[in-house]
Each structure stands twice: as C-alpha cells, then as structure tokens.
Design a protein around this ligand. Structure first.
Ligand SMILES: [Zn+2]
Length: 188
C-alpha cells in the first residue's frame, strides 16, 4: 500500500482565505475566510466567509459556507481528496462539518482560545470518530491573527467615537433644557 503523502500547505490558498476574511470585515462581520481545495487539481471548489450578522444565523460560519459550496459543486456530501484552509481555528460546529464532509486536511491560521476545537479548547479530531483529518495549525498565523486584531481595534475605536458623540449630544441637550427651564421662570 502506498504511503499517504502529507500535504504541504500552500500560501496562495491561505491568501485567498484572507481576501475572503477582508470581504467579511467590509460587511461588518468578524473576519474569517475559508477555501476548499481539490488536491489532485489544485482547484478551489468552495469558498466561504463569516456571515453571522448578515444572515442573522449562528450557523453562517466561513467553513460551513465553503463546505456547502464545495458539496454543491461536486454534487455530493462527501468532499473527497480535498483540503480546507481557514484563517481561524474551527469551532466545534465547524469541526463537526469537517468530519461529516470527510475533508482530508485542515489548515488553519490563527488559534482561537475561546472556541477553537482542533487544539485550543479541546481536540475534536482526536476523538474516536470514523474520520481523522490531517491538521496544520498556525499556518500564516501572523497574517491571519492580524486581520482579526485590526478588525477589533477599529471596532473599539468606532465605539469610543460614538460614545464621545453621544456624550457631546447629551450635554448639548442638557444645556438646551437648562436654558429653556430658566426662561419661563424669569418671565413670571
Ligand atoms: Zn465555526
């Protein structure tokens, strides 16, 4: 039996996943992007980006969107000979999707200490399920984590600005009320 050759992750696919993450950020979504590559041909057969806010759905994660697109393209639920590239470590739901889709390889960028279920919170693929993908974690980690950091920094900045604006408007409104309060009394 021929020994299985371990996949060497390629930057170009993670770069595409990063583009998709930026696309999510432009929509105001937490930037996570994913692509599925058919290994024998190198063709991207599915793409996805986080759409949780847009779709108002807790299920609209980048990985599941990519899995959905790839299975539609292949015309079946089993996504054979394929690798998933995703900018952030998959959550338990997406790890479940990866198992069901029978993806060969999972390559992720940034680690997610809050819900990453490949190795951060738990090791989902180490459990005795009937499928065990090959894992590469921390691939292009700096770039992948950077997209998230930039997004949250901007979000904090926007929040601060809107709080400042609100305070300014409140104090102006207060001044107006005080001014109106005194004039009728003065008239009596
Ligand atoms: Zn997920």
């Amino acid at each position: 039996m021929a020994e299985e050759i371990r996949l060497q992750p390629e930057r170009k696919y993670m770069e595409r996943a990063l583009e998709l993450a930026q696309h999510a950020a432009a929509l105001g979504e937490v930037p996570v992007g994913a692509v599925i590559v058919h290994k024998p041909t190198g063709v991207i057969i599915g793409e996805g980006w986080n759409l949780r806010e847009t779709e108002k759905s807790p299920l609209a994660h980048a990985e599941l969107m990519a899995i959905e697109a790839a299975s539609k393209r292949l015309g079946g639920w089993r996504i054979v000979d394929s690798a998933l590239y995703v900018t952030l470590e998959p959550c338990p739901m997406c790890c479940g999707g990866i198992l069901h889709a029978r993806l060969d390889d999972v390559i992720f960028g940034a680690y997610d200490e809050k819900s990453g279920s490949v190795c951060s919170v738990q090791r989902m693929f180490a459990f005795p399920y009937n499928h065990h993908p090959q894992i590469t974690g921390g691939f292009m980690e700096e770039e992948c984590a950077g997209v998230l950091k930039d997004f949250f920094r901007e979000l904090r900045q926007k929040k601060k600005e809107s709080q400042k604006r609100w305070r300014r408007e409140m104090s102006r409104a207060q001044e107006r009320v005080l001014a109106e309060d005194t004039s009728p009394l003065d008239a009596v």
